[in-house]
Design a protein around this ligand. Structure first.
Ligand code: ATP
Length: 581
């Protein structure tokens, strides 16, 4: 049920906007098949009419006809290949884009459990495998079936007793092939799964190579990697042996069929019950019966293998979009005023409650800080504001409208989050600052860079703003990366900016200088700061102290110090730590 549903959906993608070209391919395939089916008739005429009766003119005509049929058949095959290749590539690009787009619409819960290697294996390997599935295989099945039927018709008319022997062997061949097919499909799936696991490990290693070296964990990686690879080698060898045994068994049975035709047919010629022309034509038609039958059975193996990949592809495409992107009535806002309210918000990732009746307000033009011990739920508040997850109870509102009522794209466009593990592209520093947005004036970019103390550094680079910063910004220091991230958020001009541990790699003096320099650019924005270093949020308009998912204190620095409660203790703890160091 699931299989046929997924195949239907897949074929819809393949044939979408390709109907005309697919029809042309089908007609060409039919023509090729008819041309091939006429060859044995021409052969028989050459042997039994032209040669036996010494008709030179007829021989020349028939040989020419043979040549023309062969040339046209070859020509049409090339055209067909071109059409299939075009259709295949179009379909696979379409699928890849759909997958990548769908991925960006899924929820934080999905991203938390995602295995990158598996995902890459689906996007690359599975789509490559299903490329050959689709029009080509479907049309081949139809045309092969038709060819086999026509060949059978001629064979019955020519020698029915010889055909009986051929068919008996053919049935045996079909039976053996179908048994192999099942085992091959099962083993292929196992190999595919193991390959996905290996991709995960390699991906983890390559994308963290520096950290792997620093943490001296490459031995651990190789132990896991080699164990998996050894297991995969054994499975691949087994699969290859099954496939080659299958081919050998078919070859033996095919030879047996040829032996029977020449042996039994030869006897019939000796007894005068068959002509040489008929024997050769019979043998050619037998090939046209067996070939397509084997193709159909092999297609079944390919279909089974493709089916595994199709199901894996649709396991992502069918993943429901829990975070509703844009219902028809959703509000699109270019610019928020930016007053945010968390009203009795309750949230859990799994079973454990992470936020327990949270009530917080972030006001436009004000800097609001969230503080608290590690794991108390500060980043979760930001994740919920950005709707990576939806809340369980309560309401989050911006400008008095529930964030679920906003068009998601519009909501996210208005929020910039600067995190510790920022995303840097292997691109120019300018594109990293503007995220490729060409409408931003260079003057503004330069001004912001100046403010975050980045301008002199960029100017000193060999290609200035056009310098490529390497994968994950490998050519930048931790502090420079954070400056880029802060600059990027300001350049994006969102009405809400969140700094989540955004200055952790900067020293106190740099941090203070940057904060002062950018303060006028943040004047009309809603600024949220999450910081462990409490000295950085001393000037915040309001500070919320979170503990175990609850707000336990709020106020400005002076008020909270006077309270002599949790915030006061945290500040003192940090002061003592600083004094000790
Ligand atoms: N994607 C997730 N799936 C399940 N649990 C999560 C997920 N992200 C965070 N948590 C859990 O939620 C709790 C709050 O995490 P959160 O990141 O909000 O804390 P935090 O206050 O920002 O911590 P820190 O100051 O260390 O960054 C933690 O117990 C954490 O283990």
């Amino acid at each position: 049920m699931k299989n046929s549903r997924n195949i239907k959906k897949f074929l819809k993608i393949v044939f979408e906007k390709n109907k005309l070209i697919a029809s042309i391919a089908f007609v060409i395939m039919l023509v090729i098949s008819m041309l091939d089916l006429s060859i044995p008739q021409v052969t028989r005429l050459i042997l039994d009419d032209a040669i036996i009766n010494n008709k030179t003119n007829l021989l020349i005509k028939l040989v020419l006809l043979y040549a023309i049929i062969s040339i046209f058949s070859a020509l049409f095959t090339v055209i067909l290949e071109y059409i299939y290749s075009k259709m295949k590539k179009r379909a696979s690009i379409k699928l890849k884009i759909r997958l990548l787009k769908h991925l960006s619409k899924l929820s934080g819960e999905y991203y938390t459990n995602i295995k990158t290697g598996n995902m890459l294996s689906i996007i690359e390997n599975d789509i490559f495998i299903v490329e050959n599935f689709g029009a080509e295989i479907l049309f081949s099945l139809i045309v092969d079936g038709l060819t086999a039927c026509i060949a059978l018709f001629f064979l019955v008319r020519m020698q029915s007793d010889l055909l009986l022997i051929v068919i008996t062997l053919q049935v045996m061949l079909t039976f053996i092939q179908s048994k192999f097919t099942k085992v091959i499909a099962q083993k292929t799936e196992e190999v595919r799964k193991d390959s996905g696991n290996i991709s995960n490990i390699v991906q983890e290693y390559v994308s963290n190579i520096m950290n792997v070296i620093i943490s001296k964990s490459s031995f651990n990686f190789f132990k896991r990697y080699i164990k998996q690879e050894k297991g995969l080698i054994n499975k691949c060898i087994k699969l290859d042996m099954i496939i080659s045994s299958n081919i050998s068994a078919s070859m033996i049975l095919s030879s047996l069929i040829t032996i029977c035709i020449y042996g039994y047919g030869g006897l019939k010629i000796i007894k005068g019950n068959m002509t040489i022309g008929e024997l050769i034509a019979f043998q050619q038609y037998t090939g046209m019966l067996i070939g397509p039958c084997i193709n159909i059975i092999r297609s079944n193996t390919r279909i089974q293998q493709s089916l595994v990949s199709i199901n894996r592809i649709f396991s992502i495409l069918d993943e429901p979009i829990i975070i509703n992107q844009d219902n028809n009535s959703s509000i699109i806002k270019e610019d928020f005023s930016g007053n945010i309210t968390f009203d009795n918000v309750v949230f859990s990732y799994d079973e454990d409650r992470i936020l327990d009746n949270i009530n917080i307000e972030f006001e436009k033009g004000k800097l609001t800080a969230l503080v608290g011990t590690s794991g108390c739920g500060k980043s979760t508040i930001v994740n919920l504001l950005f709707r990576l997850w939806d809340i369980d109870e309560g309401k989050i509102m911006i400008d008095n409208i529930d964030i679920k009522d906003y068009n998601l794209k519009s909501l996210r466009k208005n929020i910039s989050i600067v995190t510790q593990d920022l995303l840097l592209f292997d691109d120019s520093i300018l594109n990293n600052l503007t995220i490729g947005n060409k409408n931003i004036s260079k003057k503004f970019v330069k001004d912001v860079c100046n403010r975050v103390d980045l301008y002199d550094f960029i100017n000193g680079l060999p290609n200035g703003f056009d310098t490529i910063i390497g994968e994950k910004g490998v050519k930048l220091s931790g502090g420079q990366k954070q400056r880029v991230a802060i600059a990027r958020a300001i350049i994006s001009n969102s009405s809400i900016i969140v700094f989540d541990e955004a200055t952790s790699a900067l020293d106190n003096i740099s941090q203070k200088k940057i904060t002062e320099n950018i303060s006028d650019l943040l004047k009309n924005k809603t600024v949220i700061v999450i910081a462990h270093r409490l000295s950085t949020i001393k000037n915040a308009d309001k500070i919320y102290v979170i503990d175990k998912g609850r707000v336990i204190e709020s106020g400005n620095h002076e008020e909270l110090i006077l309270n002599e409660s949790t915030y006061y203790s945290l500040v003192n703890e940090q002061k003592q730590e600083l004094a000790l160091s």
